[in-house]
Ligand binder design. Sequence first.
Ligand SMILES: [Zn+2]
Length: 283
Amino acid sequence: MESWKVGDVQIHRVVDLLMDMPTNFLFPQATPEQLLPLQSWLMPHFLNASADTMTVSVHTFVVQSGDATIVVDTCIGDNKERDAPNWNMRTSNFLDNLTERGAPREAVDMVLCTHLHVDHVGWNTILENDTWVPTFPNARYLIGREEWAFWEHEDDPFGKQAKQDSILPIVASDLVQFVETDHRLTDEVRLVPTPGHTPGHVSVLIESRGERAIITGDLFHHPLQFAHPSWQDIADVDGAIAEQTRLAFMQEYGDETLVLGTHFASPTAGHIVRDGEFWRFDV
Ligand SMILES: [Zn+2]
């Protein structure tokens, strides 16, 4: 599934990159022995047949709310020098795919990064005449005040170059708007603070005509974390806070709310439901 309707709000997923990675790369405890008991709902979408690798999707959500076109997370981007070989100096048709989903560069009104890790800021900028310029010339770029206060003095361990080519050009532009972690974007779309993965991390709550959906951000990298919210995620800045936030998130958004995972492979969206002492993800 690539598109969803939540009340009057339309949401599209636009993929920048799909990656297969060992399950214990992000989650050291996620061995095949630990994962096989979860295979009935993790397979086939979220775990391969031998339970030792998984597909991680890097995608944008385009959210259409009233007249507003909102891009949530800007992935890896093109022409960027990165340490990871499959992230380095990419050329892709991502912008064409955005246009196909009703979000050509010029028509985007707001750009929101759930946090400022390298795989969430890349399409903030494109290269024009050897200069990094904002990709979306008519958008406001919503940057979390708390999030930037942290990264201003830190380098992203997964892509230290991203600040220079994808964040600083935005912060220095007149398109930037620093926002709080509970900022409201439209009548139907607002941020909710979900700290831990990073200090100013946010999720995006969509409420329209009695229906509700939430975009996770990287608080949940993978659905296996619904069953094991305490497992270490090597990318969490503060694992203890992230665990607390994951538990509270499942209490708040379990059962009723459509959950859209920021790195979940297709079908990407589903419901977190109680399964004995654990939670699982139903798609
Ligand atoms: Zn990420």
